[in-house]
Design a protein around this ligand. Structure first.
Ligand code: NAD
Length: 415
């Protein structure tokens, strides 16, 4: 597949220099207690959260920030005084004093930032979804495999205690054969206010935004502040709720059950909750078929929050249920937990269990791996597999047909 990716550069908008393919050696080797110097690309909502998480750890310093919007430079400087702030991410990557880079840019630019970061010889924390397309996911996976750099994806549920509990129960044979997984994610907003819609700040004007860098090779178009701030709502820049949220849950399910990529995807839904001009659906039902007799469903709504989010792993010998913010139908209580329930038919003496494993700090895990060169909790492979599942689902929705892995890959190869 990778050999066929020559034409895919147009997906990425990668500079013709080919810099992404000639990875530089790292500038220095860190010891266990050395200071880790980070750069941040994309200092919006998530980028600022990641920055705070990193700076809360011992011996971490932020030396440079790249964002195409001047307002974000000022906001980031409130968090970290003294860091340089620039428009162009390459100026951060040029610096010899940056060991590791956090990428929290909009989805359509992840692949470019991913590849350029590895090419510059820096370790990488890339927000989910790893890429905007299947072709990009393949390029990023290949680049990460060729590189000696530490790569992690912002799939923080990979660091959850619940994942450790689920894996242990499955390994212990408590669940039997799992043929079906049901997952859901729900949110609600006041009438007339669509989920994700952000107000455009008064200073979001052409003079304060490097719109060309934001577009990253997308069709030339006049500056559009609404799209710039609300990129999540538009296919050109986003994959909608499948890449915003399903990806976390599908990655969690994939790791718990040790799944490869799906063989087939189906997706229905539409813009039903608030018809506010968005392109990406707010009401979604995804079905993913996996090898070895497994169907995974994921549904999502933006106009009812009663059941929060969760996953049910349905096995012949037991059920694993992870819920977050779910309201119990009978008691009305809201809870967050992972539990195991035996199936009486096959484990008549089995007892119900509640997971107790603590969560790990996902950012601390990355910084630790920068020092130790160990594999992080969310390595590139899970970023890749979850991205493929998400993009197959979106392809099925947009093409209104069942999409196989082969169809998805050959469409990606055609560019
Ligand atoms: N892991 C999680 O739980 C989680 C939570 C929220 C968001 N995210 C992810 O984080 C990413 C960012 O989301 P957000 O809500 O912070 O979006 P945002 O719009 O608030 O921030 C994106 C920032 O990137 C900047 N930007 C745009 N183009 C750029 C470029 N070419 N170079 C540098 N900066 C550029 C924008 O100016 C903006 O400040 C998304 O991929 C999103 O899915 C992850």
């Amino acid at each position: 597949m990778i050999e066929k990716t020559i034409n895919r550069r147009k997906f990425l908008g990668i500079a013709a220099s080919g810099a992404a393919w000639l990875a530089c050696p790292p500038d220095r080797v860190l010891g266990a207690n050395d200071r880790v110097r980070i750069g941040l690309i994309g200092a919006g909502g998530r980028g600022q959260e990641l920055l705070k998480q990193a700076l809360a750890l011992a011996n971490v310093e932020c030396v440079a920030i790249a964002d195409v919007y001047k307002r974000r430079h000022d906001e980031a400087r409130q968090i970290v005084q003294g860091a340089s702030a620039v428009d162009d991410h390459r100026r951060v990557l040029d610096r010899k004093d940056v060991d590791a880079v956090l990428v929290a840019s909009p989805l359509h630019i992840h692949a470019r930032h991913f590849l350029d970061t590895l090419a510059a010889g820096k370790d990488l924390y890339c927000e989910k979804t790893m890429t905007w397309s299947i072709a990009e996911a393949e390029q990023c996976l290949a680049a990460a495999k060729r590189s000696s750099r530490v790569v992690t994806v912002g799939l923080q549920h990979q660091s959850s205690g619940a994942l450790a509990d689920a894996k242990q129960w499955i390994k212990d044979g408590l669940v039997g054969k799992i043929t079906q997984v049901e997952a859901w994610m729900s949110r609600n907003t006041p009438h007339g206010k669509g989920q994700w819609v952000r107000a455009v700040p008064p200073d979001c004007i052409a003079e304060n935004v490097n719109w060309q860098l934001f577009l990253n090779g997308r069709a030339v178009q006049p500056f559009n502040p609404y799209k710039f701030i609300n990129w999540r709502l538009f296919w050109e820049f986003s994959g909608g709720n499948v890449t915003e949220n399903m990806v976390h849950q599908i990655a969690w399910i994939m790791r718990a059950l040790d799944l490869t990529t799906p063989t087939t995807a189906y997706m229905s839904g539409g813009v039903f909750s608030e018809k506010d001009g968005r392109e990406v659906p707010d009401t979604i039902a995804v079905t993913l078929d996996f090898p070895n007799d497994l169907v995974v469903t994921w549904r999502s709504t933006f106009s009812n929050n009663h059941y929060g989010l969760g996953e049910q792993l349905l096995g012949s010998d037991g059920t694993i249920e992870r819920v977050m913010g779910t309201t119990d139908m009978v008691t009305g209580e809201t809870g967050t937990a992972i539990r195991y329930y035996p199936e009486r038919a096959n484990r008549p003496d089995g007892v119900a269990l509640r997971g107790e494993s603590p969560d790990q700090n996902h950012m601390a895990n990355f910084i630790d791996c920068v020092r130790t060169r160990k594999q992080p909790n969310a390595p590139v492979e899970i970023g890749y597999r979850s991205a493929i599942a998400a993009h197959m689902a979106n392809m099925a929705y947009r093409q209104k047909q069942r999409v196989t892995l082969e169809m998805a890959r050959s469409a990606a190869a055609r560019g």
